[in-house]
Design a protein around this ligand. Structure first.
Ligand code: PEP
Length: 247
């Protein structure tokens, strides 16, 4: 059985003070949970403060992005060393909002993953189809293209996949448990890790996950956890997701 993995993507939400207030109230709610991996990805400006508060806790600190070069004249970008010195051990790469609003291609995503892994950061790689692509029955074709481009020449070591259908992100429209499991099954097969219960590679579902649908999603054999936006912004709700993920 793979260990459940519940991740918060705060996107462009929370100041340093709001981050501190969240963590101070969230940590006591989950301090006794030992059988779930819990991750929070605050905005860059909150990383250092979050890192101080999360030290010696059971919560992993991640960033929401990284640049694919290690240093230099790249105004406004962030390097692996900067993330590590701010206390991050993980990074989310290829979120659909990065692909949509910041033109991140699979090739860029591939370079970012490579830089992150070369610098010892764990990666959550996001992939997923648009509504139009699903309606045209092209979901697997899209996943195939994203996996091929994003993982080119890379090993799966240190990588978690997040399947996030774009039509379900922030829309309140969750994929059914069958849709999620089917896509995860396809991804497992693509990765060559099909049905291996002992295989450590985990696939998270993302898209309007809430405390009232987490158990149903986690009941599926190929759903190993969740990447959560909106419902991760309140400590009570995120703690309920963590508890609800235990299979
Ligand atoms: C996300 O942004 O990764 C996400 C899944 O958002 P939400 O949970 O709000 O749909």
């Amino acid at each position: 059985m793979r260990r459940p993995f519940i991740s918060a993507n705060w996107k462009m939400n929370k100041t340093i003070e709001e981050t501190e207030a969240f963590i101070n109230s969230f940590l006591p709610m989950v301090k006794d949970i030992t059988d779930v991996d819990i991750l929070i990805a605050p905005p860059f400006t909150s990383l250092s403060a979050a890192s101080g508060l999360l030290k010696s806790s059971n919560v992993i600190l991640a960033s929401q992005n990284i640049y694919h070069e290690e240093k230099g004249a790249y105004t406004g970008e962030i390097s692996p060393d900067m993330l590590k010195s701010a206390g991050c051990t993980s990074v989310i790469i290829g979120h659909s909002e990065r692909r949509q609003y910041f033109s991140e291609t699979d090739e860029v995503v591939n370079r970012k993953i490579s830089t992150a892994r070369n610098n010892g950061l764990e990666v959550i790689l996001c992939i997923g189809e648009s509504l139009e692509e699903r309606e045209e029955n092209r979901t697997f074709e899209v996943l195939d293209k994203q996996l091929t481009g994003s993982l080119k020449s890379l090993s799966l070591d240190g990588i978690t996949i997040a399947y996030e259908p774009i039509w379900a992100i922030g829309t309140g429209k969750t994929a059914t448990k069958e849709q999620a499991n089917e896509a995860h099954g396809y991804i497992r097969e693509w990765l060559g890790i099909n049905k291996e219960d002992s295989d450590p590679v985990r696939i998270l579902y993302g898209g309007s996950v809430k405390p009232d649908n987490i158990e149903e999603l986690m009941s599926q054999p190929y759903v190993d956890g969740a990447l959560v936006g909106g419902a991760s912004l309140k400590p009570e709700s995120f703690a309920a997701l963590v508890t609800g993920s235990i299979k």
